[in-house]
Design a protein around this ligand. Structure first.
Ligand SMILES: NC(=O)c1ccc[n+]([C@@H]2O[C@H](COP(=O)([O-])OP(=O)(O)OC[C@H]3O[C@@H](n4cnc5c(N)ncnc54)[C@H](O)[C@@H]3O)[C@@H](O)[C@H]2O)c1
Length: 326
């Protein structure tokens, strides 16, 4: 039990990251209400012990009241490809919804916010590892909506004294207890490769093998979802009235697409056929975080950086989801 239990609203807490963070909040002794419209989340993903409200952040004013100590805001649409073909859906939900949420927080006097931002706010990196001082030039409407919300939060902190932290996640992976990754459609590499290992997908497409990286495939920074969750609890403690702190969250190590596929073969013992595919537009060669700000300002230290361990946890979860799996 935490020394000072608090009450938090977790938007998007039926989704992958939100459910893991909600679980960590409960384990720390806090009271949690999950607000989720189940557009991409799962009712059974909401951790036991959390109150569940099925609803939209656009209507957050109906549920938010002064008894809450803070909000952790995960609710969003987050498929990069879909955001390119249907940008309005992303602006309406991610930005429109966040405007309503911020207004509801203001009206209810709830003055602490932790927001799920993303590496996609940076776009094509100008240097590696990426720091928070680097330029933000998103290459997708998804990234643009997340950056717009970051800007809104900066304004709220300056104008109304909000204590806010945006956490810019790199590639979140792994699982925690019964909470794991199951996006639909799935677009993240590790669960996709695990689907091949499970026989649910014939092969994994490798988009481009001529990038300027050691094996020619794209390099990404994979962070275990439990390490990420710990950063959220630290951010709640570290948030300061009137300040909007922005922190990258990653391990500072990159793994290539081929290294991930090879690790899945080793962890699962299953063959994973690959298919060469052309590069996808807007895919930078290397995306690796400098998490120095999170270390210095929040005291955050990831402890699950080993790729095999991350894949192993994701594999345990994927098999739980697939009872007929070999
Ligand atoms: N997973 C990653 O690698 C990653 C990386 C960077 C940033 N993020 C951000 O982290 C957050 C969580 O991502 P995730 O992977 O858990 O996605 P997810 O789709 O599993 O979870 C999002 C949740 O928000 C809910 N939701 C969406 N719009 C809503 C609305 N208007 N009102 C109420 N609920 C709504 C969905 O039903 C879902 O449960 C997102 O904001 C995403 O942009 C994720």
């Amino acid at each position: 039990m935490s020394k000072s239990p608090k009450k938090y609203l977790v938007t998007g807490g039926a989704g992958y990251v939100g459910s893991v963070v909600a679980q960590h909040l409960l384990e720390a002794g806090h009271t949690v209400t999950v607000l989720d419209d189940l557009s991409t989340g799962f009712r059974e993903g909401v951790p036991a012990g959390a109150e569940f409200v099925q609803g939209r952040i656009q209507d957050a004013a109906k549920w938010l009241d002064p008894s809450y100590d803070g909000v952790l805001h995960f609710a969003a649409h987050s498929q990069v490809g879909e955001s390119v073909t249907d940008p309005e859906k992303y602006w309406i939900n991610n930005v429109g919804g966040s405007i309503a949420l911020l207004a509801a927080m203001r009206d209810a006097g709830v003055r602490t916010l932790v927001f799920s931002s993303t590496a996609a706010t940076y776009g094509e990196p100008v240097s590696s590892p990426i720091t928070e001082a680097d330029p933000t030039a998103p290459t997708s409407p998804y990234g643009a909506t997340k950056l717009a919300v970051d800007h809104m939060i900066t304004g709220e902190a300056a104008a109304h004294g909000l204590a806010a932290v945006s956490l810019r996640y790199f590639n979140v992976a792994g699982a925690y207890g019964s909470c794991g990754e199951r996006h639909s459609p799935e677009s993240h590499l590790i669960p996709l490769v695990l689907q091949v290992a499970l026989g649910q997908r014939e092969s994994i497409s490798v988009y481009g093998d001529d990038y300027p990286t050691p094996d020619g495939t794209c390099v990404r920074d994979y962070i275990h979802v439990a390490d990420l969750a710990e950063a959220h609890l630290l951010a709640l403690d570290g948030a300061t009235a009137g300040e909007h702190l922005i922190c990258n969250l990653g391990n500072g190590n990159g793994f290539s697409v081929r290294e991930v596929i090879e690790t899945v073969r080793e962890v699962t013992g299953h063959p994973v056929p690959e298919t060469a595919a052309p590069r996808r537009g807007g895919d930078p060669a290397v995306l690796v975080a400098s998490a120095a700000t999170a270390r210095e300002r929040l005291g955050w230290q990831p402890s699950r950086a080993d790729l095999a361990g991350i894949v192993s946890d994701a594999w345990t979860f994927a098999r739980r989801e697939e009872p007929t799996a070999p």
